[in-house]
Design a protein around this ligand. Structure first.
Ligand code: NAG
Length: 210
């Protein structure tokens, strides 16, 4: 009479434990969506899915902005998928600039680990500018979706790490959005109030057309 209960309770206990999702390592072979990637089969997950080595390497700053952003978002580091966090490395050579950009999906918290970074963001409500010089160990937060930048004003290269409150915060660089595509120059001039000559110059530099 009591025997079946003894068998049933352990089974219930096991099945309720099984419903907890500890993690959801992204399966990069499937498309990403608003909820992130689908989960890799847990039997295929190893410790290596929770470790990423890509940020140990300095980004290549031999480019027009003399800076590099190396992301460890879900697409590079599938272990963060579904956890609401990610990280990136910023390298800024002397004179380096991370141009105005936004992360549509998350706030950012930045910590300087070498050199000096001059950073700022602009509020969306009343366009107030918040600027600060950050030295080694200093932290600055950039609220979600707001335009912000980082520059290196010093005589040595700067390194920082930026953490995000999303495994896929997104990155839209404003100049690239304006000048690195086929948006017609006349339409861009009309909608931005910029001069045609300036638009053509930046399209030329960044590889935009039309
Ligand atoms: C860095 O990028 C430049 C320009 O693309 C390239 O010429 C150079 O070989 C790269 N350096 C390294 C170490 O990859």
């Amino acid at each position: 009479m009591y025997l079946p209960l003894l068998f049933i309770f352990p089974l219930l206990f096991i099945s309720s434990q099984g419903s907890v999702q500890d993690f959801c390592v992204g399966d990069l072979s499937l498309p990403n969506g608003p909820a992130g990637y689908s989960c890799k089969k847990s039997s295929k997950v190893t410790e290596n899915d929770f470790v990423y080595h890509g940020l140990a390497i300095a980004g290549n700053t031999t480019n027009i902005i003399k800076a590099a952003v190396t992301p460890a978002f879900d697409a590079q580091f599938p272990g963060v998928n579904g956890l609401g966090i990610s990280i990136a490395r910023l390298d800024l050579a002397v004179g380096g600039v991370i141009p105005f950009h936004t992360h549509p999906g998350a706030s950012e918290i930045l910590v300087v680990i070498q050199g000096t970074i001059y950073a700022g963001f602009i509020s969306s409500f009343d366009n107030v500018v918040y600027l600060k010089t950050l030295n080694k160990g200093d932290v600055m937060v950039f609220p979600q979706g707001l335009l912000h930048f980082q520059v290196n004003p010093s005589k040595i290269p700067a390194i920082a790490f930026a953490s995000f409150g999303s495994s896929n915060p997104g990155l839209q660089i404003t100049d690239f959005a304006f000048f690195k595509n086929d948006l017609p120059t006349e339409l861009l001039a009309e909608t931005s109030f910029l001069d045609v000559a300036q638009i053509k110059k930046l399209k030329g530099v960044l590889g935009g057309t039309n």
